[in-house]
Design a protein around this ligand. Structure first.
Ligand SMILES: [Zn+2]
Ligand SMILES: [Zn+2]
Length: 230
């Protein structure tokens, strides 16, 4: 009896049939269109060039360190758009594998994952929060709990369209600690914030500020799927 390619699946980007063993369920051609970032500056997220130091001393961040998996352009930009706006939520599972490999590479071992929260109105419109999906798949993959102690107060304008000062003003007070968590026993020391796209780091900074005001002696780092800041 003929078996109809039981081990073949489709590339998550171009839908070409591929062997099941392909990394991140991508065909070879699509895989090579992604710029994976192995070493990044943990202060600003920019890719490190082995010959030059990163010139980001003037970047004043509150988070302890940041890790970036891929460059936000071309195929990655397109797939993240599908994940965010076309309900292609299955992509999150494969993206979480990319993030998991970065955790291995960097030796990250957080106690807890916290996704960047969506506002209530965005959740209503979209029905899901892509950063939460990434965190959930990653948490499952690595057996780490995902919690959401932060909530978003207001819709913020797209930060990438604003200057540094406007960005800080726009995001300030955008988050607060959910009353469910306020008096809860919180035993976690190493927190990893999960986000899909890094633009300026302002959102992660503001989340870190609120978390560190809430709990002393915590380490807050971030793992971001893709960055335009390179
Ligand atoms: Zn493909
Ligand atoms: Zn840097």
């Amino acid at each position: 009896m003929e078996i109809l390619f039981p081990s073949n699946i489709k590339c998550i980007s171009c839908k070409e049939p591929i062997p099941k063993s392909n990394p991140y369920s991508l065909c070879k051609s699509c895989f090579h269109k992604i710029e994976f970032i192995n070493d990044n500056c943990t202060r600003c997220g920019r890719k490190i060039d082995s010959h030059f130091d990163c010139l980001c001393e003037e970047d004043d961040h509150i988070f302890d360190s940041i890790y970036v998996c891929t460059r936000y352009e071309g195929l990655m930009e397109n797939m993240i758009w599908k994940l965010k706006y076309q309900s292609s939520t299955y992509i999150a599972k494969h993206f979480a594998k990319i993030m998991s490999h970065k955790m291995d590479y960097e030796g990250l071992n957080p106690d807890i994952l916290i996704p960047v929260p969506s506002s209530a109105s965005r959740m209503k419109k979209r029905g899901y929060n892509q950063s939460k999906l990434l965190a959930q798949f990653l948490g499952k993959e690595r057996n780490i709990e995902v919690i959401e102690p932060l909530r978003r107060k207001k819709d913020t304008k797209p930060l990438s369209s604003l200057g540094v000062i406007e960005r800080r003003l726009e995001i300030k007070e955008a988050f607060f600690i959910d009353s469910k968590y306020e008096n809860q026993d919180f035993k976690y020391k190493n927190i990893l914030i999960i986000d899909d796209i890094l633009t300026t780091g302002t959102t992660i900074d503001e989340m870190t500020r609120i978390l560190k005001e809430w709990k002393k002696d915590i380490n807050v780092s971030a793992l971001v799927l893709s960055s335009g800041r390179i």
